[in-house]
Design a protein around this ligand. Structure first.
Ligand SMILES: *[C@@H]1O[C@H](CO)[C@@H](O)[C@H](O)[C@H]1NC(C)=O
Ligand SMILES: *[C@@H]1O[C@H](CO)[C@@H](O)[C@H](O)[C@H]1NC(C)=O
Ligand SMILES: *[C@@H]1O[C@H](CO)[C@@H](O)[C@H](O)[C@H]1NC(C)=O
Length: 391
């Protein structure tokens, strides 16, 4: 009896040891290829470039504290902490994160942020860069840091256009439908040229984040005095812009030829924001008003040294940190959507799939308009259980 008992406990101990020394343990980065992440765009993706771009870098930047507050680290990002690309870099297990390309001496091996606050697609913004200038900077650094093969496997994220449409609307508040369409065409044609240039430089895995419903940004609601409503003209412009992105990228991908296949995916940020600001609060307590700033929507002047801005007590319950940018909590949620949400949020594939899709292969699935109902199973068991319509 005693012998059996000890045999059992010895076997048990061996079992326990085996489990805890299991060579098949799966780590978070297992299967994650060693590739880089490059980001292009405006303040939403700026990892700190603006600090090095302003005329006099010694002047206090306009986005110091309370930016970075949740990390106790104002580092030139427009959030209380991390931004979307930081979370994506974490998911990709990039230990250095994504450094701002303009910061001297940073390690660019695993990629870089080329995004600069104030960047537009058109125009020539002072103290910022257009997307075209960002792509040209990538071109000039390319051979120094990354091989073509490595670039072909690496990921590119783009979020830009907000400045173009805010500026257009300010300059042309009475623009009619045809003037709006004409402007959207100008902007999207330039965007197409820039992405095309990126592709000729070897970028072949690209994620484009669609524009937010710009009319719902707190700074826009505040400036155009729309109260709890969104400013329709800016939402229209963003929608028209967004409608052109999927077809444009389909076209690139269909025309591309192996071994230089172009692979892409499109994140429907527009509706992800709307779901949180208009229909459902997704546990954000406040989605109309920013956490940091002054004015009716607390939307202006966060971090500016001559503005006595108010700061909310609990950033994680707010969707917007300042008049235009999301809180870290919201950015984390968006990063999760990019990485693994349904096809009605990111399509034709998730970011995770884009990472592991064989480099150089042609895509076999493309972006389709309105995949919503198509890919959604109807509730069949209990019609009284309310399913949220999307993530
Ligand atoms: C940069 O980072 C890479 C990988 O993260 C590392 O292998 C390399 O040694 C670093 N370079 C320098 C100069 O520190
Ligand atoms: C903003 O609009 C003005 C007037 O239309 C134009 O001159 C300027 O280049 C625009 N700036 C940007 C960044 O688009
Ligand atoms: C936020 O806006 C919605 C409408 O978009 C409105 O129903 C709600 O009352 C607003 N919340 C606050 C706190 O003003």
């Amino acid at each position: 009896m005693a012998g059996e008992c000890s045999l059992v406990s010895v076997l048990g101990a061996i079992l326990v040891l085996t489990i805890f020394h299991n060579p098949f343990m799966v780590y978070a980065d297992q299967g994650m290829p060693y590739v880089a992440l490059f980001t292009f765009g405006d303040s939403s993706y700026d990892a700190g470039n603006k600090l090095y771009k302003q005329a006099n870098p010694k002047l206090p930047a306009q986005h110091l504290w309370p930016y970075g507050k949740s990390r106790d680290d104002p580092n030139g990002k427009f959030s209380d902490g991390h931004i979307i690309p930081d979370f994506i870099a974490d998911f990709m297990t990039i230990p250095t994160g994504i450094n701002p390309v303009l910061k001297p001496g940073v390690n660019l091996t695993r990629g870089a942020s080329f995004a600069v606050a104030g960047a537009s697609i058109r125009g020539s913004p002072e103290e910022s860069m257009t997307l075209n200038e960002q792509v040209k900077l990538f071109k000039s650094l390319k051979s120094k840091y990354w091989t073509d093969k490595y670039i072909a496997k690496s990921l590119f994220m783009i979020y830009i256009g907000t400045e173009d449409y805010l500026n257009f609307t300010k300059a042309n508040p009475k623009a009619d439908a045809s003037a709006q369409q004409a402007f959207v065409t100008l902007v999207t044609n330039q965007l197409k040229n820039d992405i095309s240039l990126l592709y000729t430089l070897g970028a072949s895995k690209v994620m484009v984040q669609l524009l937010a419903p710009l009319g719902c940004l707190p700074i826009v609601r505040q400036e155009y005095e729309t109260g709890t409503l969104c400013y329709p003209q800016l939402n229209d412009l963003a929608r028209q812009h967004n409608e052109k992105i999927g077809p444009m990228l389909n076209d690139f991908a269909q025309k591309s030829q192996a071994p230089y296949g172009f692979q892409f995916t499109v994140f429907d940020f527009y509706n992800a924001v709307l779901r949180r600001t208009e229909r459902d609060n997704y546990r954000f307590f406040e989605t109309n008003v920013s956490c940091c700033g002054v004015g009716t929507h607390n939307a202006y002047g966060c971090g500016k040294n001559n503005v006595h801005s108010k700061l909310c007590e609990y950033q994680r319950s707010y969707f917007f940190f300042d008049g235009r940018h999301n809180t870290e909590k919201a950015q984390e949620e968006m990063a999760h959507l990019i990485y693994g949400a349904n096809l009605n949020v990111i399509q034709p594939m998730t970011f995770r799939e884009l990472i592991v899709y064989p480099a150089g292969d042609k895509m076999l699935e493309f972006w389709k308009p309105d995949t919503f109902s198509l890919n959604r199973r109807r509730p069949s068991v209990d019609p009284n259980i309310e399913l949220s319509s999307a993530y």
